[in-house]
Design a protein around this ligand. Structure first.
Ligand code: FAD
Length: 829
């Protein structure tokens, strides 16, 4: 029997070796268009980033060693260009161009997939790459060795894009990721991807979400200018396109083989194509998803390998072994994070119109009292009627891999959330907790299912807070006062859990109560207290403040700078914003707060700071991402100095100095380095507001940090059009009546003529293609311009936070002065 296999990597090489193991007499020909077979595609990014230092380690076998061991006729640099299924004949073209034919008894196609390269202007320029095989890898590696790579742009934030972001960052490049969607890693849900967003920002990677690359322009110095459709541009010494792959179906389609709904090669359960002696496996095929029954494409190595083994059995022994399909279990390392998912995400179920419930829990990777435990977030998605598991996602720095594998096994076997509780876990403190994180996830899901803990998702709560008045409900924060003071959801009332029973009179019986704590546990206990006292409409925030604040944390990167917490990470891009850490460490208190969740680390820092003298230092190691992210803000508000904030393997080491920033001599004079621009918009004249937003947009386009401070009448330029109703005192109500209700009602400073002038101005602007005030304002925000509303003006004029645009932060004179000091242009309008 003569078997020909097209494609010599994951599926093809596996099948060839298996055929040999079950039929020693078979004639096997393996045809591969590239120069290599059986190599580690999944390891390619790590070779580029020098994690794998020896190129030879990428090759599991060479064509010669594989050919010898398995008695396979391996033909590399040979492309199959045509299949005639009627005569069972292939046409093969050698690298040098010669063509010949070969007949087969059974044929296997494992041609994989190819990267998408949209026809964008300039895409074929030097320095723009895709990564699929060894040849691509060599090209990229060689380019990094022969060129100075300071800036990299990665287009597409799938797992290959993110792996490459980490590896190119490790080579010392400043990495920007441009992604058309609103999140990285499309297969996971937004709230989970939000953890990855924050982690990337903390690592100094710039993240441009909802941005589309429109074209590239080669620069004289050898770099590329990457243009977004929004008009922004970034320069890059190297561009990696990672915007997805397509199944390689051209050969199969030309041979008349059936393609399926998802545009992959159609196969039956024996992995047989529409031609009886032709089989297909791997990235090129589509197969029904075991949970939805709908055909889908699954670009993963494990299914390709499993299919290779199954198909070999069917080709040799006749169709006996059925392929059961894959639910899509994947894992990726993104810097210190492990991001793992299996089955169907909530957003996919929503698209399919399938009812689901989800739960999010935050646990420790192993017993908190044993050193080294790290946070682990588990999201379960399940059928609200039966508890059948549809999908799961796990994110953390340790232990995500073993949890996702157990979840994948259960989901594949049709398991429910109740099975999670029955799972036996090997337990000792260094490895897990007596209640493993996925058992905890199961208990929580069980409580949701049986109605003992009604939950509200971060998305639902956010929508309610945006659209309804605070008078209509009570948002109850049951964390400690310290946690509440550190940061809380706007409009929340703080009644710590342990005081709740004594303060029930402050909780209205006739309104919906939304309870939250840090991660959900104290919220659940509070909910039980309240329902035990007759409260009917109480819901606990799923995943607590951690999920809510992470999902809503802004991801605003501007072309020149990244205003977000990146400031707390010493990296090439942000190191300037922090004074150099003083060394050697004298009078330094060291604290290990690993495993403690907020407010644990902050309380420890507070106690330590109180116990030391001015100028002394505290070094704290924490595993709490939120602490690491917010510590800069805490230092600012408490007058302490953040010397450094570094992270490795999920541990954040923060060095603080008790004292005042201005007293530290090593701080460079801001006047020398300041490049920002700040504007005070005092007026609510339409023309002045327009001028302010035009200037802000122009300034932001230069890549500098731009701040607009809205004070007194200027607040009217940032009022929402559809404001929630808010409670106001008499004067507040009077001001509301007398002032423009939103930017749409602003008047001209001259020739307003009872509003006719303003209407004329807007009409003329539209006619002449000039952007409206509202769209200029939106593009300023999109460019990362910071909007600060003056707290004092708001108080005097009775303007409530809820009336202002969501993106606005509220600050005082000190906040403005700090921005002004860091600016070389300050305008009062
Ligand atoms: P491939 O392994 O791609 O093999 C197809 C081969 O067919 C290619 O070598 C191609 O040259 C050859 N070929 C195509 N057409 C012809 C023709 N006409 N004639 C002759 N030869 C032909 N998956 C994971 O699960 N985890 C990971 O961490 C992971 N990381 C990855 C990282 C990178 C950089 C890449 C590129 C992929 C990664 N993958 C990962 C995906 C995984 O490698 C693929 O899903 C898997 O290799 C698919 O196997 P396959 O046999 O279908 O195709």
């Amino acid at each position: 029997m003569k078997y020909i296999i097209v494609g010599g990597v994951a599926g093809g090489a596996t099948a060839a070796a298996r055929i040999r193991r079950i039929d020693e007499q078979a004639e096997i020909v393996l045809i591969e268009k590239g120069h290599y077979i059986s190599y580690a595609n999944c390891g390619l990014p790590y070779y580029i980033g020098n994690t794998i230092t020896e190129r030879s380690r990428l090759f599991v076998q060479t064509p010669a060693s594989f050919g010898k061991r398995f008695a396979v006729d391996v033909r590399v640099d040979s492309q199959v260009t045509h299949i005639d299924v009627a005569t069972k004949q292939l046409t093969i073209r050698k690298l040098e161009g010669q063509e010949y034919t070969e007949t087969y008894d059974k044929l296997l196609l494992s041609p994989g997939s190819s990267p998408v390269r949209p026809p964008l202007k300039g895409i074929d320029s030097e320095g723009i790459f895709t990564l699929r095989n060894v040849e691509d890898t060599d090209r990229i590696k060689n380019y990094t060795l022969t060129h100075t790579i300071r800036k990299v742009v990665i287009v597409g934030a799938g797992f290959i894009g993110l792996e490459m972001a980490e590896n190119l960052h490790n080579l010392g490049a400043e990495v920007s990721i441009v992604e058309m969607g609103n999140q990285v890693m499309a297969p996971i849900d937004f709230s989970m991807a939000a953890h990855v967003h924050q982690h990337l920002l903390q690592k100094g990677v710039k993240l441009f979400l909802t941005k589309t690359v429109e074209r590239f322009e080669a620069q004289s110095k050898g770099s590329q200018m990457v243009y977004f459709s929004s008009g922004e541009k970034i320069e890059a010494d190297l561009v990696l396109l990672s915007i997805g792959v397509r199944p390689e179906t051209a050969l199969a389609a030309a041979a008349g083989l059936k393609l399926g709904e998802a545009h992959g090669i159609w196969v039956n359960e024996y992995l047989q194509t529409s031609a009886p002696d032709v089989y297909a496996v791997g990235d090129a095929i589509e197969f029904p998803h075991p949970l939805t029954g709908k055909p889908w494409l699954n670009y993963l190595a494990n299914p390709a390998n499993r299919q290779g083994r199954i198909v070999a059995d069917n080709m040799v022994k006749g169709n006996k072994v059925k392929y059961e399909g894959a639910i899509g279990t994947s894992i990726a390392k993104v810097f210190d994070l492990t991001v793992a998912s299996t089955g169907l995400a909530a957003k996919r179920l929503q698209q399919l119109g399938i009812a689901y419930q989800s739960s999010t829990t935050h646990s420790a990777s192993h017993a908190g009292y044993y050193p080294g435990s790290l946070p682990l977030t588990v999201k379960l998605i399940f059928d609200p009627a039966t508890g059948k598991l549809y999908g799961a996602q796990v994110i953390g720095c340790d232990g995500a891999d073993k949890r996702i594998d157990q979840l994948a096994l259960l989901i594949k076997k049709g398991g429910t959330i109740y099975d999670l509780i029955q799972l036996e876990h090997a337990y000792a403190p260094p490895y897990s907790s007596a209640k493993d994180p996925i058992a905890i996830a199961g208990y929580v899901a069980g409580n949701i299912m049986n109605g003992s803990m009604p939950v509200i998702s971060w998305r639902e709560l956010h929508a309610i807070l945006k659209t309804s008045s605070p008078a209509e409900h009570l948002l109850l924060d049951v964390r400690t006062p310290e946690e509440f003071a550190f940061s809380a959801i706007s409009g929340a009332v703080n009644i710590p859990l342990d005081e709740l029973r004594d303060r029930l009179s402050e909780v209205p019986l006739d309104k919906p109560i939304y309870v939250y704590c840090a991660v959900g546990l104290r919220g659940y206990l509070a909910l039980k207290i309240l329902t035990g006292h007759g409260y009917k409409d109480v819901r606990n925030l799923s995943g607590g403040y951690k999920t809510y604040s992470t999902a809503l944390a802004p991801v605003i990167c501007t072309v020149g700078s990244c205003p977000l917490p990146v400031s707390s990470e010493i990296t090439q891009s942000s190191a300037e914003s922090m004074p150099a850490a003083a060394s050697p460490l004298v009078n330094c208190v060291k604290i290990d707060a690993s495993g403690l969740q907020c407010p644990g680390p902050i309380l420890k820092v507070k106690t330590a700071i109180e116990s030391i003298g001015k100028g002394d230092q505290v070094e704290i190691v924490s595993t709490d991402t939120a602490f690491s992210r917010d510590v800069a803000a805490w230092c600012k508000s408490t007058g302490n100095l953040l010397l450094s904030n570094t992270s490795a393997e999920g541990r954040y080491t923060v060095l603080l100095e008790k004292g005042n920033l201005k007293e530290i001599p090593s701080v460079p004079s801001v006047a020398v380095t300041a490049k920002g621009k700040s504007f005070i918009l005092f007026s609510d004249d339409l023309d002045k507001a327009l001028a302010t937003f035009v200037l802000a947009n122009g300034a932001a386009a230069t890549g500098e940090k731009v701040t607009i401070f809205f004070t007194f009448w200027g607040l009217n330029a940032i009022k929402k059009e559809n404001k929630p109703s808010v409670q106001k005192d008499f004067f507040g109500k009077m001001f509301s009546m007398m002032l423009p209700s939103s930017s749409k009602k602003l008047a001209l400073s001259k020739l307003n003529m009872g509003g006719i002038g303003a209407i004329m101005m807007r009409y003329l602007m539209k006619k002449k293609g000039v952007e409206s005030l509202e769209s200029l304002r939106a593009s300023a925000l999109a460019q990362g311009v910071e909007f600060i509303a003056c707290q004092m003006s708001m108080d005097v004029m009775g303007v409530k936070r809820e009336e202002l645009l969501d993106e606005v932060t509220v600050g005082g004179v000190a906040t403005y002065m700090e921005r002004a000091e860091n600016s070389n242009v300050n305008l009062f309008i």
